[in-house]
Write a protein that binds this ligand. Sequence first.
Ligand code: C2E
Length: 355
Amino acid sequence: AVRLGGDEFALLIAGPDACALEQRTEDLLTELSQPIRLDEVSWSITPSIGLAVHPDDGRTIGELVQAADSAMYDAKSSPQRWRRPGGDRAASDGTGPEELAEALRRDQLVVHYQPQVDGWTGAVTGFEALVRWQHPERGLLLPDLFLPRAERSAVIADLTRWVLGRALADLPTLQVSAPGATVAVNVSARSMMGTRLLGDLGRLLEESRVHAHDLVLEITEPAPRATAEVTGLLEGLRALGCGVSVHGFGSAQTSLTALWQLPAVREIKIDPHLVQAVADDPDAERLCRAMISAARGLDVRVVAEGVETTETVHRLRGLGCGAFQGYLLGEPVPLDEVAGWAGAWHREGSRLLGR
Ligand code: C2E
């Protein structure tokens, strides 16, 4: 690292691919944005980063520094605070954070609901709210296309608030089809940082008159780190009475240690890859057995996500997992199709669960 002058620094990083570089940039921004305490006063800086990649953005050091410098100036006006020369992919495909912010203002986002069922009784226990973007030119867009970039920008906080508001408003209708059902909303650990999530949530719950225990916040970060800030937020959610769930258990990035470090977590979701492997792979079955038994020992509910076959339900039920979500049981659907799905489930559910 070198200081170019004033408040400008340059960092030379060897080797990472574009994805790893974006992640390193994000981590650096998060680190640099942490408040610094000096003599009882808390100071924050707002860093901006310009990226230049050899040889795409320049072949000599001079060209690279110049490209990074102009990208850095672009980054100052970008919500995600970093840029590559010529803007990032978002600028060209119309699904970047700026366009998403506009879509929120124009009411182009919609929420679909995917059911979760009890594998023993067949009861519908909850719905997961999954956001989609009804794009005027490109049709219905799935979150994987626009969320990863949104996660790195300020727009994610607005999106989370909007989905929460929508899900809480829709819950009474969902409960007509499934009395007592909860609604789960995805919140990335990163998007909770430094935002007014707890305050907003308290207000939204009050306005919607929904009981806090009917709302589950699903933390989408694969491995929420038990920093004081994360722990404080999760404890705050627990104090409000909301459920806290962590998904992706059994993927490389998660560990059961998270349950010990984050006692507010009351539910884990087994990663779909592991769930789908359980029927034919004895190692996957052993890992599921260990996870389910550890979670039950800690009084943590286990949900299997991405269930596509009755055989999978059968195997996991045998290991002690009682809650299921996946295409076998129901795909995510708009609110006005939930009642139709519930009617079909009433007729077909037992057979699909292999009961
Ligand atoms: P997730 O929370 O793991 O959601 C489940 C995803 O798996 C959904 O994809 C769902 O359509 C898909 N899925 C459900 N059952 C099956 C199955 O049986 N087989 C297969 N192959 N897939 C299944 P979707 O809706 O595209 O969402 C992808 C991810 O985007 C979500 O993963 C979640 O991490 C994120 N996401 C969705 N909505 C929001 C949101 O409002 N806020 C945030 N922060 N993230 C969201």
